[in-house]
Design a protein around this ligand. Structure first.
Ligand code: FAD
Length: 364
C-alpha cells in the first residue's frame, strides 16, 4: 500500500501499553493500512527513568482484584505470555501464595488463568500467621529486556520512534496530521496532558529491591487478613542469564509521588522477605539496586475508549506551537485512550491492546 494512502496512527507513550498496541496494529490482517509513529518522553532504552512505570514492574502475572473486563484481558495476556516461554523472554515461574484466611480455593478466583493450580496439602509447613496456601505456575518477564525486544520488533516493522515531551494533545494531533489518529497511552501523563486532564489518575508508589538470589526460584507472596494495602511482600524471580535475578517487594502507597528511596522501608522489605524465603539469607545473595516506581492508577479502573476531540484546542493555557496549528480550523480527531493500568499493566497488556485496536478500527 502506498505510504501516502496509509492512516497515520500516532501513539503517545512508549511504556508496555503503547508498545503492545503498536505490536497489535502492525501485525496480522490490515496491518499494511497503518503508518505508526510512537512519540514519548521516556523510551524503552531509558530504563533508569522514573518518569514512567514500565521499567520498575515486577513484572509477573499475579492476582489483583476480580473484575470481569480485566479478567478477560488478563486471561488473554497470560495465554499470550505463556506461548512466549520458548523465546526465553518469558519465565515459566513456579509459584506459591499463602493466605491469612482459611479458604484458599474460594480466594483463588483466578485459578482458571494460571497453570497447574492446586491447594497445598494440609501437612505443608505454612509460614507464620498463614492458614493455607496454593501452588501453581505463572509467568514473569524482565522489564528491560522485554521492552527493548518489543521495540526492536517494531523498528523492524517500520514503526518510527520520536523522543519528545508534549504538553497538549495538539502537538500529537499535529504529528498525526489530517485524517490521522491519536492513541493516548501516556499513563500518569494523562493527568496533565492538555486536552485530556484526567484528574482520576493517581500514583501508587512502589519501592522494591532487585537482587541476585540464585536459590530463590519461586514467586512467593502472602495475602494478609485484614488487607494491608500499603505493605505487600512478594518475591519475583525473572528470566535472566545467568538465572538468579529476583525482585523483592515492596510497598503500595496510593497518592505518594515520592520517587526517592527510603532506607528504613528497604530494611523492612528485606527483613519480611528473609523471614519468608530462607534462600535470601544464603551467602550468594547480593543486593543489586533499590528502586522506586509509580504505578499509574485510575479511580474506576483503566480507560480504554474512543473519543472524538476537536483539535487544535485553543485557550490561554494552551502552548502556541506553530501558526498553522493556531490558525487552523478545529477538526474532530479520533483519540483512542489506553491508560490507567495501575499495578497490572504487564499482565493486562495484550488483552487491553487488542481491545484498543478493535475500538480504533471500529471508529475508522
Ligand atoms: P508507562 O510505563 O508509565 O509509560 C508511559 C509512557 O508515556 C512513557 O513513555 C512516558 O514517557 C510517556 N508520556 C507520558 N506523558 C508524556 C508526555 N507529556 N509527553 C511525552 N510522553 C509522555 N504490572 C504487572 O502487570 N505486573 C507486575 O508484577 C507489576 N509490578 C509492578 C511493581 C512496581 C513497583 C511498579 C511501579 C509497577 C508494577 N506494575 C506491574 C505496573 C506496571 O509497571 C504498569 O501498569 C505499566 O508499566 C504501565 O504501562 P504504561 O505503558 O501504561 O505506562
Amino acid at each position: 500500500m502506498a505510504e501516502a494512502t496509509k492512516t497515520h496512527v500516532v501513539i503517545l507513550g512508549a511504556g508496555v501499553i503503547g508498545l503492545t498496541i503498536a505490536h497489535v496494529l502492525t501485525e496480522g490482517e490490515g496491518a499494511e493500512r497503518f503508518k505508526v509513529t510512537i512519540v514519548a518522553r521516556d523510551m524503552p532504552e531509558d530504563l533508569s527513568s522514573q518518569g514512567f512505570a514500565s521499567p520498575w514492574a515486577g513484572a509477573n502475572w499475579s492476582p489483583m482484584q476480580y473484575d470481569e473486563r480485566l479478567h478477560q484481558w488478563e486471561k488473554h495476556t497470560f495465554d499470550k505470555l505463556w506461548d512466549l516461554i520458548p523465546t526465553g523472554q518469558v519465565l515459566k515461574l513456579p509459584s506459591k501464595i499463602f493466605f491469612e484466611t482459611d479458604d484458599a480455593e474460594g480466594a483463588a478466583w483466578w485459578k482458571d488463568i494460571v497453570r497447574d493450580f492446586h491447594v497445598l496439602p494440609a501437612e505443608f509447613a505454612l509460614p507464620a500467621n498463614t492458614k493455607c496456601g496454593v501452588q501453581f505456575h505463572t509467568v514473569s518477564v524482565d522489564p528491560g529486556r522485554y521492552l527493548l525486544s518489543l521495540k526492536s520488533t517494531l523498528v523492524r516493522r517500520g514503526v518510527e520512534f520520536k523522543k519528545q515531551r508534549v504538553v497538549s494533545l495538539n502537538e500529537v494531533g499535529a504529528i498525526a496530521g489530517i485524517g490521522g489518529i491519536v492513541v493516548n497511552a501516556s499513563s500518569l501523563g494523562a493527568r496533565s496532558l492538555i486536552g485530556v486532564e484526567d484528574t482520576k489518575m493517581y500514583p501508587i508508589r512502589g519501592q522494591t529491591i532487585a537482587a541476585y538470589a540464585p536459590n530463590a526460584k519461586e514467586f512467593i507472596t502472602v495475602i494478609p487478613n485484614p488487607p494491608k494495602p500499603s505493605d505487600v511482600m512478594y518475591l519475583i524471580p525473572r528470566p535472566s542469564s545467568p538465572p538468579g535475578m529476583v525482585l523483592i517487594g515492596g510497598t503500595f502507597e496510593a497518592n505518594n509521588w515520592d520517587t526517592s528511596v527510603d532506607f528504613a522501608t528497604a530494611k523492612g522489605i528485606l527483613n519480611r522477605a528473609k523471614a519468608l524465603v530462607p534462600a535470601l539469607a544464603e551467602p550468594e545473595t547480593r543486593i543489586l539496586s533499590h528502586n522506586v516506581g509509580l504505578r499509574p492508577a485510575r479511580e474506576g479502573g483503566p480507560r480504554v475508549e474512543a473519543e472524538f476531540v476537536e483539535l487544535p484546542s485553543k485557550g490561554e493555557l494552551v502552548p502556541r506551537l506553530t501558526e498553522v496549528a493556531d490558525n487552523s480550523e478545529p477538526k474532530k480527531m479520533l483519540v483512542v485512550h489506553a491508560y490507567g493500568f495501575g499495578p497490572a499493566g504487564y499482565q493486562q497488556s495484550w488483552g487491553a491492546a487488542e481491545e484498543a485496536v478493535r475500538i480504533l478500527k471500529a471508529n475508522l
